[in-house]
Ligand binder design. Structure first.
Ligand code: SF4
Length: 389
């Protein structure tokens, strides 16, 4: 069988077609092994004060023709990569047969099973519904093996879609929508310029769930500082109680001087919480969550407890116990865990029982204390997190 050169392939007509297609910069952690299909570029809102994801990008819609071309190119890359190496897509990557970032992306999705796709960028469903349907139909035609298609969407956009539109997306293969809820507290939503109120969040979330789509809502602990912490925890739980989404995902605020929100903390309107205080807020949030069947996950490196995961209502007592186990530790043990977690050495508390990991955390804490002084460790840990801003 002739092997096509990386980045190009001959189709049945003999014409050489490029394997290039656009890839946006962001996807949720849970979509690390998905095909990435770009429907729009950037964020049509782009004003949230805690977000810099698309600050340097102007928003634009892509044409259906362009997107169809990308789907075809991805399908050609998939077909070529499937038979390229006896070790499968990973073997092809190791053997240096995968030359471009687009091919690498397809190889990565294939290596993860090739059954999931994510639509980019920040608010794909802002496209006109007939166009979204055309794209989904073409993707299904070229990738019939994919059984999970997910996307980001803003509550503001979802709340304006009809029930028929949402149902038609589900029928064409869209399975899950990821929404940046951040908070259910109106005062905080206004402060961060989210462009959605608690009422819009609930209306959008309910519409998604009622259309039979899975819903994943992202919550941002630490967003309101000490001043709004209690209202943030309580009112976010109330909004999620009204939605009952399939997933609630924690993504702790990572504050830095480049964020517009920084100003609120510099001027003293908001006071920054420590990692321990933010976990106290998470505990209050978990405690206030009632009447839901959602799965809570903590699948982001910015969260202090990486293994805080469970399904409501059955796992709620365990989730609270996990928070309490950390909150009741002596201050030095909390510090040891915090440093180890922020350095990427630990995920959950039980990892601290491992003698090797514990020793590495002790070494790191010692070094950090030497550099920052005992009172500067919280700040030292914060600077370790700046790489994620
Ligand atoms: S809607 Fe999402 S991507 Fe757009 S600015 Fe807000 S957080 Fe960022």
């Amino acid at each position: 069988m002739p092997v096509a050169q990386p980045g190009s392939v001959s189709d049945v007509t003999g014409e050489t077609l490029p394997d290039t297609f656009e890839i946006g910069p962001i996807r949720p952690p849970s979509e690390a092994g998905s095909y990435l299909l770009r429907l729009t570029r950037g964020c049509p809102w782009n004003r949230c004060r805690f977000c810099r994801s698309y600050k340097r990008h102007r928003f634009s819609l892509r044409s259906v023709d362009e997107i169809r071309g990308d789907i075809d190119a991805m399908a050609r890359a998939r077909d070529r990569l499937r038979g390229l190496h006896p070790g499968g897509p990973r073997g092809a990557v190791r053997a240096g047969l995968v030359g471009t970032s687009e091919e690498w992306q397809v190889a990565n999705a294939l290596a993860a099973g090739g059954r999931t796709a994510f639509l980019q960028d920040a608010d794909s469903l802002v496209m006109r519904p007939p166009q979204v349907r055309e794209v989904l139909a073409h993707f299904r035609l070229r990738f019939p093996e994919v059984d999970r298609i997910t996307t980001y969407a803003r509550s503001h956009t979802l709340a304006r879609l009809s029930a028929d539109d949402l149902s038609s997306y589900r029928e064409l293969g869209l399975t899950r929508i990821h929404v940046g809820l951040e908070s259910g507290c109106d005062a905080l939503l206004r402060l961060i310029q989210k462009g959605a109120s608690a009422e819009i969040h609930v209306r959008a979330g309910r519409a998604v769930v009622e259309a039979g789509l899975e819903l994943s809502e992202y919550v941002m602990p630490g967003l309101g500082g000490r001043e709004l912490s209690e209202a943030h925890a309580r009112e976010t739980a109330t909004v999620l109680g009204a939605i009952d989404p399939h997933f609630i995902r924690l993504r702790t605020l990572c504050l830095g001087p480049k964020l517009a929100l920084w100003e609120e903390f510099q001027t003293g309107r908001l006071t920054r919480q420590t990692d321990v205080e933010i976990l106290g807020e998470v505990r209050a949030f978990v405690e206030a969550l009632e009447g839901i069947r959602s799965r809570l996950t903590s699948d982001h490196v910015l969260n202090l407890l990486g293994d805080l995961e469970g399904t409501f209502p059955a796992d709620k007592p365990r989730l609270l116990a996990q928070c309490d186990a950390f909150l009741s530790l002596p201050a030095r043990e909390q510090r040891l865990f915090q440093v180890g977690r922020r350095a990427g050495l630990l995920e959950g508390l039980r990892d601290l029982q491992d003698p090797g990991r514990r020793a590495s955390c002790e070494t790191l804490l010692g070094e950090l204390t030497e550099v920052c002084g005992p009172d500067g460790i919280e700040e030292g840990v914060r600077s370790m997190l700046q790489r994620f801003v």
